[in-house]
Design a protein around this ligand. Structure first.
Ligand code: HAM
Length: 425
């Protein structure tokens, strides 16, 4: 038997109703903040990710689905392509390709699958879904302002509250600008030099190639060493420190709670200044429900003009998981099951179904083989509130037997009154 590939999964009903509920709330909330949707391709040139996310990151060095595409002729060297492991790089590429700076400040969002070859476990998949947003534009359009950072964070708090997710924590840090990072890099190298031989082989390599990535290490034996390393907060220059202060001050004004975590560096290389994660207690080991931050130098790193930006991506799989217990009310069951009784009743029953669906009712339609005694369990399994009987007598009278399946009460209702009766008006 052929099964879904490890780390991928089918989303089945009734869960898909939860996914739709989340996406509808997201679109609604994002609209209020004047975000518009962007859809970028699912695969891109490999170089886009290695140049933005960073060669030394786990994502690029271990987790990408990359292949050489065939050229036109057999002798052509193919292009190296990669399934997107994240969507920020694609958005910034599109910003540059379509000269979106002409539009001033761009507030864009996306919902879609991403791909990482990670070890699958609860809350971690190889095809997973992100809901993300990016604010990007020339500095003259205000893209660098701490007001943008705070607005994004407040929007996320609003979204989570709206979804009924209450016990989230916002962890906030500033990872500084390129200059701060260069000083931090040097200090890290110095601090790692005498201890790196005691660390895992990944860290020994990182200590030389990209010391910041040592903070991604999950090996338990390395943690006491990592805990003693310098913190980026000690290296922030005055403008970065003030920017970070300003973000915090606006967050306090709007009443969004946060915790400073100066060990938070995020697993992607493009971040500058504000970096953040929202965690959720109920999720277990994979407790980061979303992450994001500023990437003021990314456009330039990809050959574009200066375009400060900030964004985030929510792990939709994890969001839906943390919602499951509270989401009973989301699943809309049929309002009515229509039971055509006897030969020739399929037509009249279909006509009634059509009429009721036009009133925004959810209708399940049976077949004229329906037998009241035998088929009732089928109708009940569907979970409908009412069963509506369509037999010859009912059609003649243009009034139908409507039975409330919870109370067992049955009444005869004229066609014109049916929709209102079922809606309980
Ligand atoms: P990220 O932290 O790599 O950031 O991913 C964001 C979120 O995606 C994570 O917090 C997690 O909820 C979810 N996620 C990541 N990997 C998996 C997986 N294998 N299975 C399930 N969920 C996963 C980014 O991707 C950045 N592009 C975010 C960003 C946007 N920064 C600025 N703009």
């Amino acid at each position: 038997m052929i099964k879904a590939v490890r780390g991928t999964r089918d989303l089945l009903p009734p869960d898909t109703a939860l996914w739709n509920f989340v996406e509808a709330a997201v679109r609604d909330v994002f609209r209020a903040y004047n975000f518009q949707e962007i859809r970028t391709p699912i695969f891109e040139e490999t170089a886009l990710f290695s140049r933005s996310v960073g060669e030394e990151t786990d994502i690029v060095s271990k987790e990408m689905y990359t292949w050489e595409d065939r050229g036109r002729a057999a002798s052509d060297k193919g292009q190296s392509l990669t399934l997107r492991p994240e969507n920020t790089a694609g958005v910034v590429r599109a910003y540059i390709e379509h000269k979106l700076w002409d539009r001033g400040l761009n507030k864009l969002y996306y919902i879609g699958p991403q791909f990482r070859r990670e070890r699958p476990q609860k809350g971690r998949y190889r095809q997973f879904y992100q809901i993300g947003a990016e604010v990007i534009g020339p500095a003259s359009a205000g893209s660098e302002s701490p007001a943008r950072d705070a607005e994004i964070l407040e929007m996320l708090a609003t979204l989570l509250d709206r979804l009924g997710i209450t016990d989230w924590n916002l962890e906030l840090n500033s990872v500084g600008c390129a200059k701060d990072r260069a000083k931090f890099d040097e200090a890290l190298r110095k601090a790692l030099e005498p201890v790196k031989d005691k660390m895992c082989s990944d860290c020994q390599r990182r200590a030389v190639t990209n010391p910041l990535r040592v903070f991604d290490c999950k090996v338990p034996e390395d943690q006491p060493i990592i805990a003693k390393l310098p913190r980026i907060s000690q290296f922030l220059d005055e403008p970065c420190r003030q920017h970070f202060e300003a973000v915090q001050s606006i967050l306090k004004s709007v009443g969004v709670e946060f915790r400073i975590n100066d060990r938070l560096v995020r697993g992607l290389d493009y971040y500058t200044r504000t970096a953040f994660e929202f965690t959720h207690g109920a999720l277990g080991a994979q407790n980061a429900i979303l992450g994001g931050g500023r990437y003021d130098g990314l456009s330039e790193a990809l050959g574009g003009p200066s375009a400060p930006g900030i964004g985030f991506a929510i792990g939709e799989d994890r969001l839906v998981m943390s919602l499951k217990e509270t989401a009973e009310g989301v699943l809309r069951k049929p309002d009515v099951y229509i039971a055509p009784l006897g030969a020739g009743m399929n037509g009249p029953a279909a006509r009634l179904a059509r009429q009721l669906r036009q009133h925004d009712l959810v209708v399940e339609l049976g077949d004229e083989n329906f037998r009241l005694k035998k088929s009732l369990p089928t109708a009940e399994r569907v979970g409908a509130r009412y069963i509506l009987i369509v037999g010859e007598n009912e059609v003649k009278a243009d009034a139908f037997a409507l039975k409330n399946l919870a109370t067992g009460e049955q009444v005869s209702v004229a066609r014109a009154e049916l929709a209102r009766t079922i809606q309980g008006k």
